[in-house]
Design a protein around this ligand. Structure first.
Ligand code: 13P
Length: 255
């Protein structure tokens, strides 16, 4: 396992937070605080914040992502956003299959797969989220759940495209609960994800994929989580809304 072969990525997932003017203010605080980062820094923001976020971060090392996209090029899909719309704006990343989308908006592995393929075809880099429910962990089926999600979400995605895809392991029981997976639990599942990718593709492909941990990651626990061999970065919710906390996580990933 050679972590140095992979790019560490710290991404904020702002979820349904920050109006455009608030987004501008937060990014204005984040930009100087992360300018010396030795990792990739991304802010995934609500659709209505994308325009201002792209403008404010122009010429900086902060990249911008969306929080979802549809798989169709265009059409009668009220409320949805296409990959072409995001691409034309200059968006680079897109979060897909977040557990909140699966839980509250009927997202399935089939739709995550369609969105992933559409994003890749458009030249966007997907951050595909997988993770088990508490009940599934208690029933000792975490690996089955994760393997199923990886296989279905990446169905028909070629090796070259998988290398452009970021996988975020987000145990659902750790999201917004303050309950972080221990560094050992995070490492165990991230290593399992890499082993699954090696089986589906090859060891070379598996070693090239950035795998993040997400779920109550903050300035106090980031160091330990990110020290693990297979944890290449973080997808940060709550702590990404506070510039100093987010910058401290970026610093931990830059060591
Ligand atoms: P929290 O960091 O708020 O637990 O959220 C994690 C998450 O869902 C990131 O996508």
């Amino acid at each position: 396992m050679d972590k140095t072969k992979r790019k560490a990525i710290i991404a904020g997932n702002w979820k349904m937070n920050k109006t455009p003017s608030e987004a501008k203010a937060l990014l204005t605080d984040i930009i100087p605080a992360v300018k010396d980062a030795d990792c990739e820094v991304i802010a995934c923001v609500p659709y209505v914040d994308l325009s201002v976020a792209l403008e404010v971060t122009k010429g900086t090392n902060v990249k911008i992502g969306a929080e979802n996209c549809h798989w169709a090029e265009s059409g009668a899909f009220t409320g949805e956003i296409s990959t072409g719309m995001l691409k034309e704006m200059g968006v680079e990343y897109v979060v897909l299959g977040h557990s909140e989308r699966r839980q509250y908006f009927g997202e399935t592995d089939e739709t995550v797969n369609k969105r992933t393929k559409a994003a890749l075809a458009a030249g966007l880099k997907p951050i595909v989220c997988v993770g088990e429910l508490l009940w599934e962990r208690e029933c000792d089926i975490t690996e089955e759940v994760i393997a199923r999600q990886i296989k279905l979400d990446l169905f028909d995605v070629c090796a070259e495209d998988v290398k452009k895809t970021v996988i975020a392991y987000e145990p659902v029981w750790a999201i917004g609960t303050g309950k972080t997976a221990t560094a050992e639990q995070a490492e165990e599942v991230c290593a399992f994800i890499r082993a699954t990718l090696a089986k589906l593709y090859s060891e070379e492909v598996a070693q090239a994929v950035t795998i993040q941990y997400g779920g109550s990651m903050n300035n106090s626990n980031a160091d330990e989580l990110l020290s693990k061999t297979n944890v290449d970065g973080g997808l940060i919710g709550g702590a990404s809304l506070v510039a100093e906390k987010f910058a401290a996580i970026v610093k931990a990933a830059s060591k």
